[in-house]
Structures are given as C-alpha cells and as structure tokens.
Design a protein around this ligand. Structure first.
Ligand SMILES: Cc1cc2nc3c(=O)[nH]c(=O)nc-3n(C[C@H](O)[C@H](O)[C@H](O)COP(=O)(O)OP(=O)(O)OC[C@H]3O[C@@H](n4cnc5c(N)ncnc54)[C@H](O)[C@@H]3O)c2cc1C
Length: 547
C-alpha cells in the first residue's frame, strides 16, 4: 500500500489527492475502490473511529458484538461483491431461511421461505385462496422487478437532457423497458402510484398474509401502508441480491454487517486508497464555483479538485458547504427533502435465546433467528398516526433478529445477541427530548417482545437503545433518516436528491454525491457509490478528451 504523508493540523497538507471521499460508509468505500482502481490517488475521510457508517459491527457489551444499525444484507449488488472481491476479503453471508418470518399474537409462526412452492404450501395452512394468489402474483412481481433491476446500477433517466443526449437517454430507457407491454404497464403504474394497503386488500383476504407483505415493505419509510406510492416497495424487495443473484434474497453476514465494510475497506486499500478514521470534515472548500478540497475539524486543509460526499444531502449542502457557495433556491430544495427518520433500533444481549411462542419444536437455529412482530395494516396506520404528531406509540412494529443463532462469533457460548428494528417513531417529539424518553422506548420494545417470547425480558443482560436522535448524533444520519432521505416516490429516480440534480454532480463543479441520498437510494447496496464513481471517471475522461 503506498504511504502518503498525513496532513498537519491547522496547515495545508502538501499532498494533493485526485479525489477525496467525505465519509467511509459502504458507499464511500465502494466509490473509493473504483476510483483507486482507475488510478486516482484517493483519500477517504471518516469522522468516526470505525469505517462503515450505518453498516457496522460494534461491541454492545464486553465480548458481545452486534450489527448496531443495518442488520440484514439483502440488496448488496452482486457486481459490487464481485468487483471488490469481497469474499476474498473475508465476507461470508448465510441465506436467511426463511427470508422473513412473522410471529402472531395467537401463536402462529408463519415463514416466507426462499423456495416459492414451500411458501405456497406453508401459506395454504392459513388460507388456500391467498396461497394461490401468492403463487400467481409472486411471479408477476418478480417479472416487473426485473425491468427495474438494471436501473439500479445506472444513472436515473435524464429528463432534462437536450438534443443528442435526449435521444440517447430515450434509447437507453427504451432498451430497458421494450419488453414491457399490456398488463405489465398497468401493473407498473399501480406499483408506482398505488398504496400497498389497497393492493393487498384487492388481492388477499386474510389479515395474516397481508401482514406478511407489510413486514416485507414500507420498511424504514416515512409512510403508512395506505399512502399512495407505497406499493413500489413490493418491487424493491424483489431485486436480486447475494453472490448468486437470487431475487428476494436475504442474508445474515458472519461477523455482523461490519464485515461487509471491513472487506470493502480492505479492497479499496488494496487498490491504493488511503482511509483515515477520526478525521471529521468541517468544510468543503469552494473557489469560483469549483471545489478545491476540504478542511478537517482540526484545521488541516487537504486539496483535491474532486470531492465526493458520502454524507447525506442535507449534511453536505447545509453544513459542509458554505451558504454563499450555493443559490438560495438550491439550498431551499435541499432543506425541503423529507427526512424525519421514523425508525429506532434496540440491541440486546440475552442470557438465553428468545423462545417464540408457537415456534415449531423442530425449527432449526436459522429459523429461530427471525421474528417479525408486525401489526395489522390498520394497526400500522394507527402507529404511524401517533408518531406523526410527535408521540411515542405504545404499540410498535418490531423486527427481531437473533443473529447469534446463526453466527457464534458474535457472543460467548450460551450468550445471545438480538437486534430489534423499530418503526414508527417520531424524530421530533411533541414534548421533551429523546434523551428524556430513551428508556421509555426501550421498555416498550421489551414489553412487546415479551408478549411473543415470554422468557426474553428476564434474559436481558445489556441493552442499547438507538433513538432517531442517537442515529443522528452517532452515525451522522441527519434527522435520523436511515436512507439519507425518505424513499417516497417523489424522492426517487430523477427526483433524488432533488429535481434537476439527480446525476451525482452538484451545483459546485468537482463536488459529487455518492451516498444513499442519491439514486437508487438507501439500503446496503453499494449502488450509489458504484454509479457515482463511474460518473466521476466518465467526467474526467470527457474533460481530457475535450482538452
Ligand atoms: C437502524 C438502521 C437499520 C437499517 N437496516 C438495514 C438493513 O437491515 N438492510 C439494509 O440493506 N439497510 C439497512 N439500513 C439502511 C442502510 O444501512 C443505509 O441506507 C446505508 O448504510 C447508507 O450507506 P451510505 O454509505 O450511503 O451512508 P452511511 O452509512 O450513512 O455513511 C456515511 C458516512 O459518512 C460519515 N460522515 C458524515 N459526515 C462526515 C464528515 N463531516 N466527515 C467525515 N465523515 C462524515 C459518517 O460517519 C458515515 O460513516 C439500516 C439503517 C439503519 C440506521
């Protein structure tokens, strides 16, 4: 690995970089890999003492580690896994089997297996009619998801393109969707504009099957299930994932989600990237409308004519760039991005694994690792309504993963680690602050888990509660939004992060965005980092050709 002198606090570093990446989240690391591989001298600056952003493994009690934020790998792009050779750098993923499993109040435990026919058989125990509908609809959804799939590693269509570029863009989109016709167009319109709730009510009759779909969608979104546009989640979750490119794939990562970002960092370093932790960037330097580097919080200046920000758009443009360097109009549209994180995370160390009521005696450890405590559609609407007005709902939607069932490296023998993803909670509380209400949230989650696994509350040895405020403070997720901006239809594709600036470039020449705030959005995919890095490389070769 080439050694590059580090900057002296308070001074301009003598080293010039070809590219500086602000933030060592998984997208920043992915971008750094591709830039370094293309020969650019690349520096990653991460404010925390660990890379990974919201894709990390951290110790939550002595000897016990957890995926403190993201916890399931589902949409990590197979191209990124291959190019970065993540398996050689230590990444091991175990398919979640089932990929999803709901535990209901009446003791029914309903899995959604990877194997389609097995799921049809399993669901027909609940409703033969709904199992048949699933049989028919699953295939239809998977076919539609395949049309969207290529857009995941491409720039969104450029609706502002002119002349030849417009024709080229038209051709590109046409190539992707030319096979689509008839009923599929109607379906696509329904998924882009309709609500998940209406879709489910139209097609399914039993509440439990509807809850299975709910558990798989509107995840992390600031939307209740009957809001128009929420049906798109049905397609997102059917994009292929895992090294084998299976549609609707979900995986446990051995060593926790941080194993992904550690492998990414190793891959980037191998290509020559320099990665500095505990290096918070205070400002992105701009001169005459062009970026010329960054200033760290300790005053060190580092120069580069290309800067990629892995921080979210609000943080980038409203904090790291000076107000005078952007137009009021642009700042206004960034300020209007819907963030308002609706999620929290509660991570626990347990002296024994939860015993979910109704879990079949012959269930293996992988099956026992998953328990989604998902409300009814009406229940989800009600929870959302309470949270919307700044209150902490008494009922919550809790997604539990006992990762230590599948991965013994996380805790000493006999001890278990369970992570609980919680939805919907308010970012802004009507009264008091999250510092006052953190324990209340923890208690509510424990009570809910206890209803489905009565042994769990008494087995808790340690607990970490991450409220939206903690997600903001610790992980730099503005307003605690886990996707760097809500994944609603008005903030996707060519409208992400803001209309007119969906192509990774920004109003400041040389400054790009490379994190979840740009297309195709949040989740551990590597896709924004991949597309942004390729955009930078294309812009560079275009400039060279013009010269
Ligand atoms: C609680 C939670 C649960 C989730 N569950 C899942 C899941 O199960 N599966 C899934 O696929 N996705 C999940 N997600 C979403 C997913 O983790 C994120 O969308 C994704 O990790 C974002 O990656 P990123 O690289 O774009 O940004 P981030 O991971 O946010 O990385 C940005 C990095 O920039 C750094 N940074 C910011 N400002 C500065 C600065 N001024 N100077 C230096 N560094 C800076 C930050 O510290 C951070 O490391 C979850 C997220 C959360 C929070």
């Amino acid at each position: 690995m080439p050694r590059v002198p580090t900057g002296t606090p308070g001074h301009m570093s003598e080293t010039r970089y070809d590219a500086i990446v602000v933030g060592g989240g998984h997208n920043g690391l992915t971008a750094a890999f591709y830039l370094s591989r293309a020969g650019l001298r690349t520096l990653v600056l991460e404010r925390r003492d660990v890379v990974g952003g919201a894709c990390v493994t951290e110790e939550i009690a002595p000897g016990c580690r957890a995926s403190t934020t993201s916890y399931i790998a589902s949409m990590l792009r197979p191209e990124v896994i291959r190019d970065l050779d993540l398996q050689r750098h230590g990444l091991r993923m175990v398919p979640c089997e089932p990929g999803l499993q709901a535990v209901f109040e009446d003791g029914t435990v309903l899995p959604w297996w990877t194997d389609h026919d097995r799921t049809v058989r399993e669901w027909s125990r609940v409703s033969a009619a709904d199992a048949r509908t699933f049989d028919r609809i699953d295939d239809r959804l998977k076919r539609l998801a395949r049309y969207l799939q290529p857009f995941f590693l491409e720039e969104p269509p450029d609706v502002h393109a002119r002349r030849w570029t417009r024709i080229r863009e038209g051709r590109r989109v046409y190539k992707r969707v030319k096979g689509i016709g008839g009923d599929e167009i109607t379906d696509l319109a329904e998924f882009l504009t309709g609500s998940l709730g209406d879709f489910l009510d139209r097609h399914f009759e039993t509440e439990k099957i509807k809850r299975m779909y709910l558990a798989n969608n509107v995840y992390g979104m600031h939307s209740p299930p009957y809001r128009p546009g929420t049906a798109i989640g049905l397609l997102f979750h059917l994009l292929s994932g895992g090294a084998e490119e299976e549609q609707g794939w979900f995986g446990h990562v051995i060593g926790g989600m941080g194993a992904i970002t550690q492998a990414m960092a190793a891959a980037a370093r191998e290509q020559g990237a320099e990665i500095r932790t505990e290096a918070p960037v205070a400002r992105i330097l701009v001169e005459d409308g062009r970026t010329r580097g960054v200033v760290l919080e300790d005053g060190t200046e580092l120069s580069s004519t290309i800067v990629l920000s892995n921080a979210d758009p609000k943080r980038t443009f409203l904090r790291l760039v000076q107000p005078d360097d952007l137009s009021d109009e642009f700042r206004g549209s960034v300020a209007a991005i819907k963030m308002d994180g609706p999620c929290a995370k509660v991570n626990m160390v347990l002296s024994e694994a939860p015993r979910w009521t109704g879990m079949p005696a012959d269930a293996d450890l992988n099956r026992r690792a998953f328990a989604t405590l998902v409300p009814t559609l009406e229940g989800a609407e009600r929870i959302y309504d309470v949270a919307k007005w700044g209150e902490i709902p008494e009922e919550l939607w809790v997604d539990c993963v006992v990762a230590s069932n599948v991965d013994p490296t996380l805790a000493p023998p006999g001890v278990h680690v369970m992570t609980c993803f919680v939805q919907y909670v308010p970012y802004r509380l009507r009264e008091g602050t999250w510092d006052d209400h953190r324990d209340l949230l923890g208690k509510r989650v424990v009570d809910i888990v206890g209803r489905y696994a009565p042994n769990a509350p008494g087995a808790i040895q340690a607990m970490q509660v991450l409220t939206p405020l903690d997600l903001e403070r610790t992980y730099a997720l503005t307003e605690g939004n886990i996707f760097h901006g809500d994944l609603n239809i008005q903030q996707l594709f060519f409208m992400r992060p803001v209309p007119g600036w969906a192509h990774y470039r920004t109003p400041i020449a040389g400054l790009y965005l490379c994190g979840a705030g740009v297309h195709p959005g949040g989740g551990v995919t590597g896709a924004p980092g991949y597309v942004a890095a390729h955009k930078v490389l294309r812009d560079r070769s275009g400039r060279r050709a013009r010269r």
